[in-house]
Write a protein of this length. Structure first.
Length: 534
């Protein structure tokens, strides 16, 4: 039968996610595909009515209609490209960039990524967008002047996005829909394929503090540092003397009684701390309840104050390079209908006396408030709430020589915030065998007419190697070199398996990473399972 080795998620996995999704990933870019993108000569571009090239820029004096300046580019279908351009000067109207497009006046831009500022550039500035090129479209870059665009264009660039390049920079990249996310840690180590449930960011302006409400007029400075996604969109919050605490509030609206919420924010690392910043979840409308978290942007810690919290909170801090991502989670007592998510530039240890500090600037970015008991990957917003769809991944059993009589599945997983590792079957609840970590520290599998439950105190929601051997009435599991102790001798096999479902089943998700997945078409011995997970 031989061995099939697959090193890339796209080689074998059937994957979908009906929205963009962020992950920390090594990103590099290919060679430049645009010729004369700096308009140093009047050549290489096809100019429509109202366009000219002069003085190192493309000039539009469009009075009406839709006119283009364009050129052919050598792009490949289904690959991701980054398109950059700048509006060097601006008077009126709008210019819209297209990658592909047939040049007709009513054609729709093919955008499946993220972009800076507005897709319809209506001001001077630098703009970019990510595209997945469609084979039905011509290979060309188009800059379209909408009716009334008066301005100049410069620095047009199109480059292929190269994922997982050894020379790439760690970037919080916003992957287009249906593109798997292979995530890295801050040290450049591969964590694996990220599989998450759907979540919504309730903060409507996640990166623009000027749109947030405030308390006691903190000083806010826009765009003072480079963000984790590579844009210059980090804002600063400065507290001043005067005896009153100062706070920015990305969210101050409704909540669900008894609901559990997680607020998170990226904070740039510091070299010293004089007054620690903080975050707060404040439930109001009934019996008001609040919890604070003190953040240390040097040590990368977030902790409860010595006093001041009226509800219990849980905290997390994740290193993503030049930033920490801090989060706080709390559950309402059932009486409240409103929730405030606030961020302080300075916060003392008692959670009540909120100290001021002249000159203390906290650089923050990427605020997120989501309904849930743990933070999920960042969901950018720019004027409205946004929802990241769930990741759905599977491998057809026909692709790797599945053995219906017996087999072994080996997972290397990390950062688990959910119980599900995998499912094997046809997608029907009663026909599938489901593998996961249960709430009683066990690995479980269940399906029509059979239940497998192997107790092992070492199982938990954490990083590790897990192996599961399956054979009619002869199941066994091991994790990190520890075996289950006894085999399960009363479990059946799924009757008509079609796929191995990765990291999810029936609305349950691993909410973490699968670094590797191996299948062996025979049942390994119990001792072999222990050895292979050591």
């Amino acid at each position: 039968m031989g061995t099939k080795n697959f090193s890339n998620a796209n080689d074998l996995i059937t994957f979908s996610r009906s929205s963009a999704g962020t992950a920390l990933r090594k990103i590099a870019y290919g060679s430049e595909l645009v010729t004369n993108g700096d308009f140093s000569t009047d050549s290489d571009w096809t100019k429509g009515s109202g366009w000219s090239i002069s003085g190192g820029v493309a000039v539009s004096n469009n009075a009406s209609g839709f006119t283009d300046i364009k050129q052919s580019v050598d792009v490949t279908p289904n690959k991701i490209y980054r398109l950059d351009f700048s509006v060097a000067s601006y008077t009126s109207g709008a210019v819209v960039p297209y990658l592909g497009n047939n040049g007709s006046a009513d054609a729709t831009p093919y955008d499946q990524g993220n972009l800076t500022n507005s897709f319809r550039a209506t001001s001077a500035g630098e703009f970019y967008a990510f595209f997945v090129f469609d084979a039905s479209q011509p290979g060309q870059i188009v800059l379209r002047a909408n009716s009334g665009f008066i301005g100049t264009i410069d620095n047009v660039s199109v480059k292929e996005v190269l994922f997982d390049d050894a020379s790439g920079d760690l970037t919080l990249f916003n992957h287009p829909a249906d593109v798997p996310r292979i995530e890295y840690d801050a040290d450049g180590n591969v964590l694996g394929l990220l599989v998450e449930e759907s979540r919504t960011n309730l903060v409507t302006y996640s990166e623009d503090i000027t749109q947030w409400s405030t308390t006691n007029a903190p000083t806010v400075t826009s765009n003072i540092a480079t963000a984790p996604d590579g844009t210059s969109t980090v804002d600063g919050v400065q507290s001043e003397t005067g005896g009153a605490y100062r706070r920015v509030k990305p969210y101050n609206s409704t909540c669900t009684p008894n609901g559990t919420y997680t607020g998170s924010v990226f904070v740039k690392k510091e070299t010293s701390e004089t007054n620690y910043g903080g975050v707060v979840l404040n439930f109001t409308g009934g019996t008001a309840k609040a919890c604070y978290g003190i953040i240390d942007a040097v040590a990368g810690t977030i902790t409860a104050p010595s006093s001041g919290n009226t509800i219990t909170a849980t905290y997390s801090a994740v290193d993503i390079g030049d930033f920490w991502r801090f989060s706080i989670t709390a559950t309402d007592d059932g009486s409240n209908t409103s929730l405030e998510f606030g961020i302080y530039g300075t916060l003392s240890d008692d959670g009540v006396s909120l100290a001021d500090s002249t000159g203390s600037v906290r650089k923050i970015w990427g605020a997120q408030l989501e309904a849930g008991a743990f933070p999920t990957s960042y969901i950018p917003t720019s004027g409205a709430t946004a929802t990241r769809a769930a990741d759905v991944a599977s491998i057809p059993v026909s692709a790797f020589g599945y053995n219906q009589k017996a087999g072994t599945i080996i997972f290397d997983v990390s950062s688990i915030n959910g119980a599900v590792l995998s499912a094997l079957g046809d997608g029907t609840f009663n026909n599938d065998l489901r593998f996961g970590v249960s709430g009683s520290n066990t690995v479980r599998g269940s399906g029509a007419g059979f239940v497998k439950l192997v107790t092992n105190g070492s199982y938990s929601y954490d990083t590790g190697k897990i192996a599961i051997s399956i054979k009619e009435d002869n199941y066994y599991t091991a994790k990190n070199g520890v075996g289950a102790g006894v085999a399960d001798t009363s479990a059946s096999l799924p009757p008509n398996p079609v796929n191995i479902y990765i990291g999810q089943d029936y609305g349950n998700y691993i909410n973490g990473h699968i670094k590797s997945l191996r299948y062996i078409p025979r049942r390994l011995t119990n001792d072999q399972l222990v050895e292979i997970t050591t």
